[in-house]
Design a protein around this ligand. Structure first.
Ligand code: NAD
Length: 543
């Protein structure tokens, strides 16, 4: 059961936390009263504006966090740069060993809790408390951080360059990766831990120092993670500012993006902000990784195994209350299976009940902020006014206790037209709204899949090899993630993760992503007694 918060006013100066929240904060060593420092650069500090962490389930104020003042931000960037100067000389396998300990720090907590605390992973629980996703997904995020640490430990012994054959006798060419510098990680609210984990692991293995500016609405997750990471850095005699933290809002983000002392900005967030970030970093010739909005489609063919497709589409559209970048937002059904598919999908939707995401068995938690309800309602209004058929959902949960949180009904709609130029198909609405259209030929559905600005995730449900070939080939899906009989939502760390087009073309996590976190040099070395020019150019002076 949801309990009404003991204290909901954001303006109250003293904090009386509910037991629900207090237990989680205490287990992670976070203060349950007073203001919390939101800046770490080797020292904890913070004298800027106060940011409120608000529980999306109950409306309770979880914490008041002091963000960075402009001077503190400047100092943190300087400290992070100093830390980089030191850390770049630490041998890569030693950096890997530190990552292994960070991995243990994250996983050990889970093991310890398994024995003493009823199998609870309190970092996962904190994600649930502060962000609003259900418990199993919160724990899954921590697991993703553990997984990428494992990956980066191995990588720390394999970040190899190459020897290239030279056309000149007595010459060798080496392609050499070196540490890059300061990597700023600007992250979104919906993955308040894992996205940082992806970046931290690769960046540390590569010999960089990171400066993390998380979403201002999930400061507690960032502080809890930084406490674990910094304790391990310090235990190993490393400067804490190898992994600095800055809690702050838009202005702080802008100052970091503009700073020439930041070599790489890894930005995860909306297309709107990503466009500004991309242009700003490009204007100072910095490096940028953009991981922006998704508008992901699932296509179900007549030969698909519906017993696999249905639960996957259900999870893709409703999981995380539709707040994953990879959430399924568009569903294209072949005419021959559409009636059955929609009937069975609606049955699944009818089984959904909102609940406290901390309680096992809850499938639907809240939207993260109150403002997100407006985004949801605006999209529903648009659908209704433009003649769409709303099959299920379309409203907020207004009865107690859900009225204290941001609960909305997962919605299935059939827009009047499948025309992808329409606003409803073009836009990522970050809420559980699934728009459906019916097709006759795979080519038509692939055209719709590709007809939107975004290009993150896509999925085809089929048993036919010919369909598969079309889907993953040159005339197939133009997204960065192109799945077959796997939903759009959720990815493993081993492959490079990211999207094309207005999703930003960024790649993080596995694959070759690490290559972006290093500075590449081509080194031609002459060990002969001649100095020939390339391409046989003759530049001999005659007198
Ligand atoms: P957002 O764009 O509002 O904020 C993201 C980050 O940018 C925050 O840390 C914010 O404080 C900061 N910021 C805001 N204005 C800024 C500015 N002018 N300059 C620099 N930084 C600024 O995004 P959000 O609402 O937190 O997250 C949801 C969005 O993130 C969705 O669009 C979702 O699809 C996307 N997302 C994408 C991926 C991916 O991998 N492609 C993953 C997660 C989330």
């Amino acid at each position: 059961m949801l309990t009404r918060p003991a204290l909901v006013s954001k303006r109250c100066l003293t904090r009386l936390l509910s037991t629900r929240a207090s237990n989680i904060l205490t287990s992670l060593g976070l203060p349950t009263s007073g203001e919390i420092s939101g800046v770490y650069d080797g020292q904890w500090k913070g004298s800027g504006d106060v940011m409120h962490s608000v529980c999306p389930t109950t409306g309770e104020t979880l914490a008041r966090v002091r963000s960075a003042s402009p001077a503190e931000l400047e100092e943190a960037i300087a400290r992070t740069r100093e830390a980089y100067m030191y850390f770049r000389n630490v041998p890569a396998p030693r950096r890997g060993e530190i990552l292994r300990q960070i991995r243990e720090g994250l996983a050990q907590k889970a093991r310890w809790l398994f024995v003493l605390n009823d199998d609870r992973d309190d970092l996962g629980a904190l994600i649930t408390l502060e962000m609003g996703k259900i418990r199993t997904e919160g724990v899954g995020e921590v697991q993703e951080f553990v997984d990428i640490c494992d990956y980066a430990v191995g990588l720390s012994r394999m970040m190899n360059g190459r020897i290239v054959a030279s056309e000149r006798p007595g010459h060798s060419i080496y392609e050499v990766p070196n540490p890059l510098g300061v990597v700023a990680v600007l992250s979104a609210f919906n993955f308040p831990v894992a996205v940082y984990g992806w970046n931290l692991a690769l960046s540390l293995a590569a010999g960089n120092a990171t400066l993390w500016k998380p979403s201002p609405t999930t400061p507690l997750c960032a502080i809890a993670v930084t406490k674990i990471v910094s304790s391990i850095l310090e235990r190993n005699g490393m400067p804490g500012a190898v992994a600095s933290l800055i809690i702050g809002g838009k202005k702080t983000g802008e100052a970091i993006v503009e700073s020439k002392d930041v070599e790489l900005v890894s930005f995860t967030g909306s297309e709107h902000v990503g466009r500004i970030v991309g242009q700003t970093v490009a204007s100072r010739f910095g490096k940028v990784i953009l991981e922006l909005g998704g508008n992901n489609a699932s296509i179900v063919m007549p030969d698909a195994d519906l017993s696999l497709a249905l639960p996957s589409v259900f999870f893709g559209a409703v999981g995380t209350a539709g707040q994953r970048c990879t959430s399924t937002r568009r569903l294209y059904l072949h005419r021959s299976i559409a009636p059955e598919f929609l009937e069975r999908l609606q049955k699944l939707y009818r089984s959904i009940k909102p609940g406290d995401p901390l309680i096992d068995g809850t499938l639907l938690g809240p939207l993260h902020t109150h403002a997100a309800i407006e985004t949801y309602s605006k999209a529903v209004d648009y659908l209704q006014n433009s003649g769409a058929e709303i099959l299920t959902g379309g409203s907020q949960y207004t009865e107690a206790p859900f009225d204290a949180g941001n609960f909305v009904q997962p919605t299935i709609a059939i827009p009047k037209s499948p025309n992808t130029k329409d606003y409803i198909w073009q836009t990522e609405t970050f809420a559980p709204i699934l728009n459906v259209a019916i097709f006759d030929h795979l080519e038509e559905a692939i055209g719709w899949n590709n007809g939107v600005p975004q290009g993150l995730s896509s999925s085809l449900w089929t048993r036919d090899l010919k369909n598969l070939g079309k889907w993953i080939g040159p005339a197939g899906s133009d997204a960065g993630i192109v799945n077959v009989n796997v939903g759009t939502s959720g990815a493993e760390i081993g492959a490079a993760f990211g999207g094309n087009k207005s999703t930003g073309w960024g790649r993080e996590s596995g694959g070759d992503s690490w290559k972006q976190y290093v500075r590449w040099s081509a080194c031609t070395v002459n060990f002969s007694d001649e100095a020939p020019l390339a391409q046989g150019v003759n530049f001999t002076a005659t007198d």
